[in-house]
Design a protein around this ligand. Structure first.
Ligand code: HMG
Length: 394
């Protein structure tokens, strides 16, 4: 196993939407037993963005505390991963680059492969830093998960952005090699350009996820990865938190590890606490899981943890990281808890009116009503341009 590269996550910060929809609202609306959500899919609530929030405002909000702490110097690359793109040509990262006042000597781009793209961005960032350890890379995963109202996917929506500063000698998590990779051309979940909601075959998607974990784990072991019982904890992509249970049980059985309910709980529970109340955040989901794990466990210094990234369509990666000594001093636990606790509750009707809202496409001047309270907002549209602003009452 290669252990030479001290490159990884130096800082990790997330932001989420302005509103929160409790799953009891969905259960009441459809007259469904709430246990289908609480136990069946492991979700209690989901974030809903305000009308003047989008992937750009969430991304800038997530990254702002990192810039406030470490400044902008030496950030020469911004990689923004999303499947909720706002433009077919221009990278959403450029709006974020501007809102954060990042240096003009920078490469900025957007990456897409469903929920997997943030992991690609993280690995590309690590490669850049390995080549020149004086450089720092800002990686941002930002997404709004949207399915048709009334479809099975509706209860697995959500929204969040996770920002990571990737550096040499990281304070939080060193990325270890090897990675186990898996790719397969499968139509389990996709979103054609003309749709604002995803198309998904739920059962196929769950089977594809489990097939991908087998493939990625097999590649990981063939390339000399750690035995499964060396990992102190596991973080999975979480479209809903029950998926992490299914995934870990599957991996444990496949790899010969302990797979009793208590073993699965111990391996993953703390990584599911944020996702359970935020919902699916696509590219950001795995990194919210990492934030949840680190914020809720104080015994991980020096220990290896496992990460499994899955993006429908599909690409998957299994990789390990080693938690750095003193990591807890660098976490943003209070900010993360506030991002969750400060959301404004919304009822089912309020969520539906936001869900059905679409921005004008006529190229005219349209100001958006101020609604959220994050540091950045989508103020309007003009001549087919999106106008972003720092909120005056910051
Ligand atoms: P559904 O038809 O609403 O629910 O679809 P269900 O009938 O399958 O029930 C779900 C679970 O709740 C079942 O448990 C039921 O038994 C249980 P399971 O068999 O799965 O263990 N249940 C109850 N438990 C206790 N008390 C009750 C009760 N009632 C039922 N009263 C589905 C669920 C997840 C398929 C749907 O929400 C969906 O299609 N979601 C979107 C797709 C998705 O999230 N797929 C996950 C894998 S793909 C992925 O992760 C990639 C993705 O993030 C996209 C990307 O990569 O960009 C989605």
């Amino acid at each position: 196993m290669h252990k030479d590269s001290a490159v990884g996550i130096h800082d990790l910060s997330f932001a989420t939407g302005h509103y929160v929809l409790d799953h009891r609202e969905i259960a009441n609306h459809y007259s469904v037993d709430i246990n289908k959500f609480h136990l069946g899919i492991g979700q209690e609530a989901m974030s809903v963005p305000a009308a003047d929030e989008d992937i750009v405002t969430m991304a800038a909000t997530a990254a702002r505390p990192i810039i406030d702490r470490y400044g902008t110097a030496d950030i020469r690359t911004v990689l923004l991963a999303t499947e909720t793109g706002v433009d077919q040509a221009k990278s959403a990262g450029l709006y974020v680059h501007s809102l954060l006042g990042l240096p003009s000597a920078a490469r900025v781009l957007e990456l897409k492969q469903a929920c997997y793209a943030a992991t690609a961005a993280l690995q590309f960032a690590a490669a850049l830093v390995s080549r020149d350890p004086s450089e720092r890379v800002l990686v941002i995963a930002t997404d709004i998960a949207r399915y048709d109202a009334g479809s099975p996917g509706e209860s697995t929506q959500g929204a969040a952005a996770a920002a990571m500063l990737v550096t040499a000698e990281p304070a939080i998590l060193r990325l270890d090699r090897p990675s186990g990779l898996f790719a397969a051309d499968i139509m389990d979940f996709w979103r054609p350009n003309y749709r604002s909601t995803a198309v998904v075959d739920g059962k196929t998607s769950i089977a594809a996820y489990l097939q991908a974990i087998e493939g990625a784990w097999k590649d990981y072991t063939e390339r000399g990865g750690r035995p499964i019982d060396e990992f102190a904890a596991f973080c999975y992509h979480q479209p809903f938190t029950k998926m992490a249970h299914k995934a870990h049980r599957h991996l444990a059985e496949f790899s010969g590890a302990a797979a009793e309910p208590d073993d699965i709980h111990d391996a993953i529970h703390t990584s599911t606490l944020y996702n359970r109340v935020i919902g699916n955040s696509y590219t950001a989901s795995l990194y919210l899981g990492l934030a949840s794990l680190l914020d809720h466990r104080d015994d991980l210094a020096g220990k290896p943890i496992a990460m499994f990234s899955y993006g429908s369509g599909s690409v998957a990666e299994f990789f390990g990281g080693t938690v750095m000594p003193g990591y807890r001093e660098h976490l943003r636990t209070a900010g993360h808890r506030a991002a969750i606790a400060d959301r404004t509750p919304i009822d089912y009707a309020g969520y539906r009116s936001l869900h059905e809202l679409s921005l004008p496409v006529d190229g005219g001047d349209h100001a958006l009503v101020e609604e959220g309270r994050g540091p950045y907002r989508l103020a309007g549209l003009s001549g087919h341009k999106r106008i972003y602003q720092a909120r005056s009452r910051r």
